[in-house]
Design a protein around this ligand. Structure first.
Ligand SMILES: [Zn+2]
Ligand SMILES: [Zn+2]
Length: 289
């Protein structure tokens, strides 16, 4: 029961964070408003799956029957215009279970099918926990692939580890089952590159660790602090020139209310900046960004 309460607490944290950020980040209000509504449908799906405990082999059929219709209904009624058009143009000819089964196999899918499959099956996989792995294909190497399900990382975050409360550790969050795994701080989460000359780390001006902890301040001069108007003091772009991909990294130590999967969706200006640097995200987030 305790585990269930903890897990449902995670969903309400996501919803509250989306509500909070949509007020603070006007450039993402539309996306986060819809995402917050989607989270409500997904939370119900998660709770239903906890109770029903579908077998891993039945995840595609279960999510197709129990969750996909709710996702389509909400998306067609309240989604961004392009999503409404795509959903209405596709859903009546779509084999829901086959689409989800393809997503669980890591098949390349059109964006609209990837969105529907992920929105419907993601919460079911989360409810299954470690058993989610048996529903999915993909290498398990706890490096660039999720050790639980073989999915690719969506976002990274820094947080203290239970064993070492002094140094923040880096973790990656799976784009398929939302599990997290520890990962080297200065290594590309997509291709494993660890030559720092090939890695591109950038954030908002005045918020990088180097700027905040610079030793190049005159004696007696005040230390740098995060600018009060900084919008992304807890976010940075971790890019890689070897594979030309990037992940956003959320510093949960700097903002304890941050929820990596939610902050990643709202940080659209950082995505645009990364694109200007010639970098692409390996796995678009649930909102297709
Ligand atoms: Zn996973
Ligand atoms: Zn790389």
């Amino acid at each position: 029961m305790t585990a269930v309460l903890l897990e449902t607490g995670e969903w309400s944290k996501r919803r509250h964070r989306a509500e909070d950020l949509k007020a603070r980040w006007p450039f993402s209000t539309d996306v986060l408003t819809f995402y917050a509504a989607l989270l409500e449908v997904q939370e119900r799906a998660f709770l239903g799956a906890l109770e029903d405990a579908p077998r891993p082999a039945a995840v595609a059929a279960y999510a197709a029957e129990r969750v996909m219709p709710r996702i389509i209904e909400l998306s067609a009624a309240s989604g961004p215009p392009a999503l409404v058009t795509a959903v209405l143009g596709r859903f009546d000819e779509l084999d829901f279970a086959a689409t989800i089964a393809g997503w669980l196999r890591s098949d390349e899918l059109p964006a609209i099918e990837r969105y529907l499959a992920r929105a419907a099956a993601g919460p079911v996989l989360e409810a299954l926990g470690d058993a989610a792995g048996a529903a999915c294909d993909g290498p398990r190497d706890d490096r660039m692939h999720c050790p639980t399900c073989g999915g690719r990382p969506q976002v990274g975050y820094f947080a203290p580890s239970p064993e070492d409360l002094v140094t923040a550790h880096r973790y990656l969050v799976c784009s398929r089952c939302s599990a997290s795994w520890a990962y080297a701080r200065l290594t590309c989460g997509v291709c494993g590159e660890n030559d720092t000359d090939k890695l591109v780390v950038c954030g908002e001006v005045g918020t990088s660790q180097a700027e905040l902890s610079s030793t190049l301040v005159k004696p007696g001069a005040p230390r740098a602090v995060v600018p009060p108007d900084a919008r992304f003091p807890h976010l940075r772009i971790d890019g890689c020139r070897t594979c030309s991909h990037y992940l956003l990294t959320v510093d949960v130590e700097r903002d304890p209310y941050a929820v990596p999967l939610v902050d990643e969706i709202g940080a659209i200006p950082l995505d645009l900046y990364a694109r200007d640097l010639g970098l692409t995200k390996l796995v678009p987030n649930l909102m297709g960004i």
